[in-house]
Each structure stands twice: as structure tokens, then as C-alpha cells.
Design a protein around this ligand. Sequence first.
Ligand code: UD2
Length: 311
Amino acid sequence: MTTYVVTGGAGFIGSCLVRALLAQGDGAVRVIDNLLTGSEKNLEEVRSRIDLQRVDIRDYDAVAGAVRGADVVFHLAAIPSVPRSIDSPALSHEVNIDGTFNVLRASAESKVRRVVYSGSSSAYGDTEVLPKVETMAPRPKSPYAVQKLTGEYYASVFHSCFGLETVSLRFFNVYGERQDPSSPYSGVISVFMRALIERRSPTIFGDGEQTRDWTYVEDVAALCLKAASAGGVAGKMYNAGNGERCSLNRVWELLQKIEGVSLPAKYGAPREGDVRDSQADCTAVRRDLRHQPQYTVEQGLRRTLAWYRAQ
Ligand code: UD2
């Protein structure tokens, strides 16, 4: 039987991946999480079917114990957020770079078959050309972007130098059920969802014409599963996006239309470290991982909104 480890498995994306693994039904699922930004509540109805270990990835010995015997490790534990990495660069560095090194080192020593690493589209920074292709030179604009890019480099080198199979996926603005809207660093879609339900106007940083490739969390989880087993992809990095881009203003418009309300947004100063436009080229991921996202932005937003309403 295959043993899967999901670091950050009590988080927003991790808990969706845990459910996808359980639905696939071919192995045991172990979650390691320090419950800093994740929460046991995210795993509520599946709690009895997983082994949840409270481990901080900054603690090498604890990580080494937790990945022992694993076949596949999905490394999703991280301190996300561009602004958080500007406010607390040391904390995000320790978790995102040192923690990632610990996960890779422990996986190599335990002879894990494959590690799937969650990178970030922020690594591209502002490129002259859209969509963004994996072959473009990275131009990180924030500590967070540097940290997630460093993880990709480490993943690749653990493959070439230590024979560990690694696959990096550059996540593009993932949104969906269980994204936590309650922190000042929350992803904007979760903030929009809460504002919409509470009938408040959200604050948009800048003119709102910045674009993102909004990617529904279930599509990302499905891609992670493919990356765990596909052949010929070890040591490589792929975009994990939807392939389209849509402005913040447009997303807020769409949400008001779906909900049948009019709540004009407020506008604030642009955010430091923000990338202007983001869109994934999905050619390589389609070719090598046979991945095709299943949800348009409107479909994903409708599903997500239904979940927030039910909370
Ligand atoms: C970056 C990465 C994304 C992922 C994420 C993790 C890019 C293009 N994307 O997302 O792939 O790694 O980091 O954190 O780098 N905003 C508002 N009002 C708010 C909150 C945010 O207007 O209340 C704006 C924000 O200034 C930005 C956009 O919304 O222009 C998206 O912000 P975000 O924090 O949701 O995600 P982002 O793009 O930094």
C-alpha cells in the first residue's frame, strides 16, 4: 500500500488534496502540519481516516520521523503571502526555505519515491510577455517569491545530486473552499467572499486592473495527483494555472452579478511587491502531465461562494 504524506495538509490547499487522495483510495494518508495557518477543522469529516501529526517543518528531526516509510510526499506547508513576507521576512524565510530543505533532505534520506513541491507563480515577477512560460527567466519581486523559487531550485538539485524524484508545480492564485478570509494576509478571493456575504464593499489595492490566473483548488489537487505518478517529469517544474487571466475589478463585478447585489469596491494604495499581470502557459503541463483544468473562473467562484454561504 502506498503511503502519502501531505505537509501543510490541514491548510486550505492541503486539505483539498487530502480529500482527493482519500477519494482515490489507494493508500494511507499522513498529514504533517503545525496548525499555524492550517486548522484541524479543515479536515473535520475525514479526521478519522488520516494520521495527523503536529509537526513543524523547521524541526528536522520531527520531519525525518514524520516522512519515514512514505512513498510520496506532497510538500505544501508554507507561510504564503507576498505582504506577510515583507512584514516578517525571517519567519517566512525559515519556513519556506529552511523548512523546504528539511522536507527534501528527510525525503531523500528516507528513500521517498517522489516529492511534489508547491511553488508559486510569484517567481516570474513582471514579465514582458504573457502568458508566462516555464522557460522564462524568473524575476522575483518579494521575499516570498524568492523563497518559493529557492524551493524549486532545491527540489531540482535534490533530483540531480541526490537522486530524489521531485516535481515542482508553480501554483497560480489558487482559490476555493476553506481558504481562510480572517487574516490581513488572506488571499483576495476569500476576502471578497466574506465581504459579499456580509454585504460590505471590499478594498481593492491599486486600480483593480491587475490580472491573475485564478485557479480552482480542486484543479490544483487533481494536478498534484498526476504529478505524483507521471513518468518523465522528475526534476522538472510546471505551471499549475488555469491558462486565463481576469482582473480584480472583473472578479468583483462577477461576484456581485452572481449574488445579485451592487457594492462598489473601495480603492486603496497599490501593494508593495505586487505583480501586475499573471497568466500561465499550460502547454507543458498539458503535454507531460495530461492536465486540463476542469473549472472556468465563473464555475469555480460559484462553487466557492456556495461553500462560504453554507458556513
Ligand atoms: C501570490 C502569487 C500566488 C500565490 C500567492 C500566495 C502572484 C501573481 N501570485 O498571490 O501564485 O503564490 O501569492 O500568497 O504573485 N488585494 C486586494 N485587496 C485585498 C487583498 C488583496 O486588492 O484585500 C490584491 C493584491 O494587491 C493583489 C491581488 O489582490 O493585486 C491578489 O492578492 P493575493 O494576496 O490574493 O495574491 P497574490 O497575487 O499576491
